[in-house]
Design a protein around this ligand. Structure first.
Ligand code: SAJ
Length: 436
C-alpha cells in the first residue's frame, strides 16, 4: 500500500497499530511526547510488552517503514490513539485528545483523513475534534475527512486481534467512512462495520459497559447468596448450563483502563438515564471493601494477622496494575492493622513492597488470591502447610485448584455462616496452642 500515516500516541494501541500499517506497506511516523519512547522505538525496541512486537518492530525500523518522532509530519492519514482517563470527579479527561488533534492541525493537507481510535464519550469526534481540525480553513467532509474507529483488542492478543476482530468504522459523513474503511482493509481480515460517528462511539462504550454491568450482577449475586446462605459460585455454574445464560464471574472488583473507566463516559452524558450503569460501577467499586470484610471475619481474634496477597495486577497473566482492585483491598487491610505481604510474579515494582512467594507465605494466616495468574492454579499444598501459620487460601478469583483437606479453602461462594465456623475453629486451635 502507498501513502504516509502518522500515528499519534505510541502506547498499547498506537504502537501495535503503527506496526500493522507499516507491515501493510505504508510509511508510518509514530508520534509520542515521551522522548524515551521515541529513542526506544527508533532503536527497534518496543517499550510495550505484547506478543509479536519484539519480532516485528526491528525489521520495520531497519527497513525505514516505521520511525518515531516527537512531532507530527504531513501525512495522508492521522490516527489518534492517546489515552482518555477519568478526572477526579469521574468525567472524561479529553485533554490528550484535544492536544493530539491540535498537534496535527499544521500537518493536515488537502484530503487528509483523521481517525480517532481513543475511547471517547459520544459526540466527542464531532463536537471537539472536528472544530479543531477546521481551524485550518479546511471543511471536514470536503477537504479533510474524519472518522471514529474504536479499538477493541485484548491485551496479550493485540496483534492478532487487530487483524481478525471485526471493526466498527463511523465517519462523520459517507466519504469519511469509506476512506477509513479502505485504510483499515489494508490489514483487517474481520468485517468492517460501517456506521455514523456517534453510534461508533457509543457501541465501543457499550461493549465494556455490558461486561461491567454483568460483573456487577455476579458481585451482587455473591452478596445476596451470602445473606441467604447459598453458594453463589455453584449458582453461577448451574445457571450457566442454560443455553442462553452467561453469568459473569465475581471477583475483588473490576480493574483495567477500560471497564473501570468507560462507563463514566456515558454516565457523564446521560446521568438521569444511566441508572443501572452507575449502580454497577458503584457495586464493583465496593467489592474491595467486601473482600476486606471477609478477611476480617475469617481472622477475627487473631492478633496482627498476616495476610499473603497473591497477585495485584488488574487481571491474570498481565503486568498492568491500572485501576486494580487489589490496590484498594491492600490499602483497606493495612488501615485495619493487618500485616500484608504482597507477591506478584508479573510485577517488578509497585507502591507496595513486593516480596517473593516464600516470604509472603511464611507465617501467614491467610493467602488472599486477588489475580488469577496461571501460576496460582497449582499452589503447592505442602508449601502452604509448611510455611503458613494457618494453611488457609481465600481465592477471590476462583482459580486455585486445591484438593488437600488440610487446607482451608474459601472463595466467593463461602457464606458468612461457614466463615464464622472457620474462624471459631481457628480461635479454638489458637487457644489450645496457648494452653499447651
Ligand atoms: N472481570 C471479572 N469478572 C469477569 C470478567 C472480568 O471480575 O467475569 C474483571 C477482570 O478481573 C478485570 C476486569 O474485569 O479486573 C476487566 O477485564 P476484562 O478481561 O473483562 O477486560 P479488559 O479491560 O482487559 O479488556 C476489555 C475488553 N472488552 C471486552 O471484552 C468487552 C477488550 O476487548 C477491549 O478492547 C478493552 O476492554 C478496551 O480497550 O476497551
Amino acid at each position: 500500500m502507498n501513502g504516509k500515516i502518522c500515528v499519534i500516541g505510541l502506547g498499547y494501541i498506537g504502537l501495535p497499530t503503527a506496526v500493522m500499517f507499516a507491515s501493510a506497506g505504508f510509511e508510518v511516523i509514530g508520534v509520542d511526547t515521551n522522548p524515551n519512547v521515541i529513542s526506544s522505538i527508533n532503536s527497534g525496541y518496543p517499550h510495550v510488552v505484547e506478543p509479536g512486537l519484539t519480532e516485528a518492530l526491528p525489521h520495520l525500523v531497519a527497513e525505514g517503514k516505521l520511525r518515531a518522532s516527537l512531532k507530527p509530519e504531513e501525512a495522508d492519514a492521522f490516527i489518534i490513539a492517546v489515552p482518555t482517563p477519568v478526572t477526579a470527579d469521574l468525567k472524561a479527561d479529553l485533554s490528550y485528545v484535544r492536544e493530539a488533534s491540535q498537534s496535527i492541525v499544521s500537518s493536515l493537507k488537502l484530503h487528509s483523513l483523521v481517525i480517532v481510535e481513543s475511547t471517547v464519550p459520544p459526540g466527542t469526534t464531532d463536537d471537539i475534534v472536528r472544530p479543531i481540525l477546521e481551524q485550518t480553513g479546511f471543511t471536514v467532509g470536503r477537504q479533510v475527512f474524519l472518522a471514529h474507529c474504536p479499538e477493541r483488542v485484548l491485551p496479550g492478543k493485540i496483534l492478532r486481534e487487530l487483524v481478525y476482530n471485526n471493526r466498527i468504522i463511523g465517519g462523520v459523513d459517507d466519504i469519511s467512512t469509506q476512506r477509513a474503511a479502505s485504510l483499515y482493509r489494508s490489514f483487517v481480515q474481520g468485517d468492517l462495520l460501517l456506521t455514523q460517528t456517534k453510534v461508533a462511539e457509543m457501541a465501543k462504550l457499550m461493549e465494556n459497559i455490558f461486561r461491567d454491568v454483568n460483573i456487577a450482577l455476579a458481585n451482587e449475586l455473591v452478596q445476596i447468596c451470602d445473606s441467604l446462605a447459598i453458594d453463589a459460585l455453584e449458582v453461577i455454574k448451574l445457571a450457566n448450563c442454560h443455553p442462553r445464560v452467561n453469568l459473569h464471574q465475581p471477583g475483588p472488583g473490576v480493574g483495567g483502563h477500560c471497564l473501570a473507566v468507560d462507563p463514566y463516559f456515558v454516565v457523564e452524558r446521560a446521568p438521569e438515564q444511566a441508572k443501572l450503569i452507575s449502580l454497577a460501577r458503584q457495586t464493583n467499586r465496593e467489592m474491595p471493601q467486601y473482600i476486606a470484610d471477609r478477611v476480617l471475619k475469617l481472622t477475627a481474634g487473631i492478633d496482627k494477622a498476616k495476610i499473603a496477597v497473591l497477585g495485584i495486577t488488574y487481571k491474570g497473566n498481565v503486568t498492568d496494575m491500572r485501576e486494580s482492585p487489589a490496590i484498594d483491598v491492600i490499602e483497606i487491610l493495612e488501615q485495619k492493622g493487618f500485616n500484608v505481604k504482597v507477591y506478584d510474579p508479573y510485577v517488578d515494582h509497585s507502591a507496595f513492597e513486593l516480596v517473593n512467594r516464600r516470604e509472603a507465605l511464611s507465617g501467614a494466616h491467610c493467602a488472599l488470591v486477588l489475580a488469577d495468574h496461571s501460576e496460582f492454579k497449582n499452589l503447592d499444598p505442602q508449601l502452604l502447610k509448611s510455611l503458613m501459620s494457618v494453611p488457609m487460601v481465600f481465592d477471590t478469583k476462583n482459580c486455585v485448584d486445591l484438593k488437600d483437606p488440610q487446607i482451608i479453602s474459601v472463595n466467593l461462594g463461602t457464606t458468612t455462616d461457614v466463615i464464622s465456623r472457620i474462624n471459631a475453629a481457628l480461635r479454638e486451635a489458637a487457644a489450645g496452642d496457648e494452653a499447651s
